[in-house]
Design a protein around this ligand. Sequence first.
Ligand code: MTE
Length: 285
Amino acid sequence: AGLLRSRPAAAETGAESDPTADLYPVPRNEAYQLDRAVTAEELATTYNNFYEFGSSKDVVDEAQALPLRPWTVVFDGMVEEERSVDIDTLIRAMPLEERLYRHRCVEAWSMAVPWSGFPMKALVDYARPLGSAKYVRMESFMDKEVAPGQRASWYPWPYIEGLTVAEATSELAFMVTGIYGKPVPKQNGAPLRLATPWKYGFKSTKSIVRFTFTDRRPVSFWEELQSSEYGFWANVNPEVSHPRWSQATERVLGSGERVKTLLFNGYAEQVAHLYEGMEDERLWA
Ligand code: MTE
C-alpha cells in the first residue's frame, strides 16, 4: 500500500533511447523457473535500493540524472592485459538470455524478476584473469555531481562488492543489462549490474564501471560501513538472523504476504558445492 506509483514512461527511464534497445526481448532460458509470481514491473522498477541517489526506496526521479553514455567498463588487476571496453561493444559481444530469478534483500523483502543479461562467466572469460586471481572486485560509478547520496561523506563511496572467481564463474552469477524484456532502467542499475540470487541483494552491485581481479578479498561498501552486520559472503540463510532482525521470513513485494525464506534463497542445488569445506567462514551474513 502506498508503494505503487505510476510507471515511469520509457522515455523517462532512458529505455527508448538506449543504443542496445534493438536487442530486446532476448530468448528466455527455461532452466530457471520460479516458485512464485513474477513481481509487477511497476513495483520492481519503482521500489529500489540505490543509495547513490538517496536512502529511501523512491529514487526513480533522482536516478534519471545518471548519464548512461558514454559508459566504459574497465578490466584490470590480475588479468593477462588490462582493457577497457565501451558498454555497447561489450553487450553486443555477450550471449544474451532472460532468466527468472528470485531476489532477497537483507532487509527481508523479496521480489521475482525477469532479468536479461549474460552469464558472468562470459564476462570473466572476456577479461582473461590470471590463474592466480582469486576474487573479482566490482566498482560502481562515482559522480557526486549527479548522485546526491555520494555527497554524504560518511559512506565509503564508490559502492564496492566482490565475489570469488569460483562464484563469479558459477552458473547462477548473472550480469544484468535488461529487465522485463527491455534495457534495465537507471534506478535498477543501468547499464550493467549483477544478480547473485543466492546472496542477499546488496551483493548485486549496480551501474558497474570496473572489474578488478585480485588475490585479496575485497572489502565491500556495507562491510566497510558496518562489518558486524554485513560480511563478504552474505549467502541467504533463514536460520541466521541479522543482528537487528530475523531472516526466517520475507515480505513478498506486491502480495502483502510473508513467506518462509529458503537456504541460499532456494538455490542450494546450484551453489552449495561452492562452500564445501568452508565451515569456518562467516558464510551467512
Ligand atoms: N548497488 C549500488 N551501486 N548502490 C546501492 O545502494 N543497493 C543494493 C543492490 N545494489 C545498491 C546496489 C541493495 S541493498 C539491493 S536490495 C539491490 O541493489 C536492489 O536492487 P533493485 O533496486 O533493482 O531492487
